[in-house]
Design a protein around this ligand. Structure first.
Ligand SMILES: Cc1cc2nc3c(=O)[nH]c(=O)nc-3n(C[C@H](O)[C@H](O)[C@H](O)COP(=O)(O)OP(=O)(O)OC[C@H]3O[C@@H](n4cnc5c(N)ncnc54)[C@H](O)[C@@H]3O)c2cc1C
Ligand code: FES
Length: 521
C-alpha cells in the first residue's frame, strides 16, 4: 500500500498560479510550508509587501506529512539539551516553543481559521522496563527550564499501564492543512502574493536581494527568506550540521471518545509519538489514532513494510480497540546536531538573506518561531531568541554528535563501489524504482505502470551521493543531505536545486520520448 495521508483526505492542499513576470517586493519568501508562510503572514501584518514562491502547492512539502503535535516538551530531551545549550539556552527554547503555540492559537483566533486547534496535555513515558531515574532526571531538567510539568503515576491509556509519566500541560494540536489553508488566505487578504509551480534556482543577497526562477522571472526584494525546509542557497555550512531522517506514521480507526485526547511520547530510541485526531462531525462514530515513529537515517531505510508493521503492533498493545489502519505515510525531518533549529541570517552570505531549517520533530513550532524571529530581524527589532537559533553558532557540547554524523554521511560515498540493486530493468516491478549499474555509472531507473522505464543519473546534483528509491512515497532520495526527487528525477526539495540528469526512457527495448514530469506535490 502506498501513502494515504489523513490530512490530504480531510483538508485542502491548494495550488497557485506560477510567477510569469519580474516583481519587486519588500521581502521574497521561498517555500510555502509552515516556516515560510508564517514568516510571510507576520511580515504582511507589519505592512511589508511580501511575495511567496513555491514549486509545489501550499503545505505540499513536509508540512503535510506532520502529525502536528504542538509542543514545548523538548524532543531531544531536556538533559541532553542542557548539556549543549546550558540552562539559559533550554529556558529560552522552552519559552520560544511555548510562545509559538500561543502565536498559532492567536492567529487561529484573529483569522477565524477552522483548523481543529485544541490545547491538550502531553504525556512522556518510559518503554516497559525503562528507568524511572531517567524520567526523574528529565523532570528536574524540564522544571529548571521553566516547563509546566509534573510526574503522575501513569499516562491516561485505558488498559495499559505505562508506569510513571511526565505530564506537560497546555500543549496543542491542529489539522495542518486546514491551518495552512487559512493562513494563506489571511496572508493574501493582507495583500500578500503566493506563486506556485515556481522553482527557485538561486538566491543572491546584496543591496537588493535577487531570487531567480527556473522559468526566468526574477523577484527583487530588500530581503529574502529561504524556507525550503532544507536550504537551497547554502551548499555546505548548514548541511554538515544536520542529518536527514525518515519517520513513519499510521492512522488507525478507534471508537469515538474512548481514547483520551492528548499528545503521547515514549522515550524509546527511536521514540513513538501519538495523538488523537477526533472527528469534527458530531454524528461520527469513530476517531483516528495517529501513531508515528520508526525513524531512521534517510538512506538506511529498506524495509518500509516492516516499519509500518512494528508501529501497528506497538499501537495495538497499548490501544487494543484500534481497528483498521486506514492511513499511513512517511516523511523526512532534519535532526540538527545540537537539537535546535537554525533560524536567522544565512552564514557566509549577505546580511539580507535569511534561512530557517533544522526542524527536528518540532518543525511546526520551529517554523512558527522562524516566523516570529525572522519578522523581528527583518523589521530591525531585537529578539531574545536570536543567539539561540543563530545558524552560524557552534556549541562545543555537540562536537561528538557532529563527528558521528560526518562519518555516517561519508559512508554513503562508498555506495559508488557497490553493484546495482538489480542487474536490468526487467528486475523492476511496475510502479517501483531501483538502481542499476552501467559500467562506471549508476542509473536511477523507475518503471511506470505501463512498463515504460524512465532512467536518469543516480548522482545527486547537490554533492554527488547516490540516490535511493523510497518505496512508500515513490520518490528518489539522497542519503547524504536529504535531497528528494520525484520518480522521473525532478527535484522536490533541496539542498539540490537541479533535477537528476535525464536519460532516454525505454519501452520494450526502444528509446521512448520522456514522459511529462509530475508537478511536485
Ligand atoms: C511524519 C512527520 C511527522 C511530524 N510530526 C511533527 C509534529 O508532530 N510536530 C512538529 O512540530 N513537527 C512535526 N514534524 C516536522 C514538521 O512537520 C516539519 O518540520 C515542518 O512542517 C517543516 O516545515 P517547513 O516550512 O520548514 O518545510 P516544508 O513544509 O517542507 O516547506 C518547504 C517548501 O519549500 C518548497 N521548496 C523546496 N525547494 C524549493 C525550490 N527550489 N523552489 C521553490 N520552492 C521550493 C517546497 O515545495 C515546500 O512547500 C513531522 C514531520 C514528519 C515528516
Ligand atoms: S543531498 Fe547532498 S549529496 Fe545529495
Amino acid at each position: 500500500m502506498r501513502s494515504n495521508n489523513r490530512w490530504v483526505e480531510t483538508g485542502e492542499m491548494s495550488g497557485r498560479d506560477p510567477l510569469r513576470q519580474d516583481l519587486r517586493a519588500d521581502v521574497c519568501v521561498v517555500g510555502a510550508g509552515v516556516a515560510g508562510l508564517t514568516t510571510a503572514y507576520l511580515l504582511a501584518r507589519e505592512g511589508r509587501t511580501v511575495v511567496v514562491l513555491d514549486h509545489g502547492r501550499i503545505a505540499g512539502g513536509e508540512t503535510h506529512h506532520t502529525t502536528a503535535h504542538l509542543s514545548n516538551a523538548m524532543d531531544d530531551g531536556f538533559v541532553r539539551l542542557e548539556r549543549v545549550h546550558r540552562r539559559a539556552g533550554v529556558r529560552l527554547a522552552v519559552e520560544s516553543h511555548g510562545a509559538a503555540i500561543a502565536r498559532i492559537e492567536s492567529i487561529v483566533a484573529d483569522e477565524d481559521i477552522a483548523c481543529d486547534f485544541d490545547r491538550v496535555d502531553g504525556y512522556l513515558f518510559e518503554p516497559p522496563g525503562g528507568s524511572a531515574s531517567h524520567l526523574a532526571g528529565e523532570l528536574a531538567a524540564a522544571r529548571r527550564a521553566g516547563s509546566a510539568v509534573e510526574m503522575i503515576s501513569r499516562a491516561p491509556i485505558e488498559g495499559f499501564d505505562t508506569g510513571p509519566c511526565l505530564r506537560f500541560s497546555a500543549q496543542g494540536q491542529l489539522h495542518p492543512l486546514k491551518y495552512m489553508h487559512g493562513l494563506a488566505i489571511a496572508f493574501e487578504r493582507l495583500g500578500g502574493r503566493i506563486f506556485g509551480g515556481t522553482h527557485v534556482t538561486a538566491v543572491h543577497g546584496g543591496n537588493e536581494a535577487e531570487v531567480l526562477t527556473r522559468d526566468g522571472p526574477v523577484v527583487r526584494a530588500r530581503a529574502a527568506v529561504v524556507a525550503t525546509n532544507s536550504p537551497i542557497n547554502n551548499r555546505f555550512a548548514l548541511h554538515t550540521r544536520q542529518v536527514p531522517y525518515r519517520t513513519f506514521v499510521i492512522g488507525g480507526i478507534v471508537p469515538k471518545g474512548v481514547v483520551t485526547k492528548g499528545l503521547y511520547w515514549d522515550t524509546c530510541d527511536p521514540y513513538h509519538y501519538v495523538r488523537l485526531e477526533a472527528a469534527v462531525d458530531p454524528t461520527a462514530t469513530t476517531d483516528v489514532l495517529l501513531v508515528g515513529g520508526e525513524d531512521a537515517r534517510t538512506g538506511d531505510v529498506h524495509d518500509d513494510e516492516a516499519r509500518y508493521r512494528r508501529l501497528e503492533s506497538w499501537a495495538r498493545a497499548r490501544w487494543p480497540m484500534m481497528g483498521e489502519v486506514r492511513y499511513r505515510w512517511s516523511g523526512q525531518v532534519y535532526e540538527p546536531v545540537d537539537g535546535l533549529a537554525f533560524i536567522g541570517k544565512n552564514p557566509l552570505d549577505s546580511d539580507n538573506v535569511y534561512v530557517a531549517t533544522g526542524d527536528s520533530g518540532q518543525g511546526m513550532t520551529h517554523g512558527t518561531i522562524a516566523g516570529v524571529l525572522l519578522t523581528d530581524l527583518i523589521c530591525g527589532r531585537k529578539n531574545p531568541w536570536t543567539w539561540l537559533y543563530d545558524p552560524g553558532r557552534v556549541r562545543l557540547g555537540s562536537v561528538t554528535e557532529y563527528a558521528r554524523d560526518q562519518v555516517g554521511t561519508a559512508a554513503h560515498y562508498a555506495d559508488w563501489l557497490t553493484p546495482g540493486e538489480v542487474t536490468g530493468a526487467e528486475g523492476i516491478a511496475p510502479g517501483e524504482g531501483a538502481i542499476l549499474r552501467k559500467g562506471l555509472q549508476k542509473v536511477a531507473a523507475y518503471k511506470d505502470d505501463d512498463g515504460v522505464v524512465h532512467m536518469c543519473s543516480a548522482t545527486c546534483t547537490h554533492l554527488g551521493c547516490v540516490v535511493g528509491w523510497n518505496r512508500s512515497e515513490g520518490i528518489w532520495e539522497c542519503p547524504c543531505h536529504g535531497s528528494r526527487f520525484d520518480a522521473f528525477g525532478r527535484v522536490l526539495n533541496g539542498p539540490a536545486i537541479s533535477d537528476l540528469a535525464a536519460m532516454p526512457a525505454v519501452a520494450a527495448g526502444r528509446a521512448k520520448k520522456k514522459k511529462k514530469v509530475m508537478e511536485p506535490a
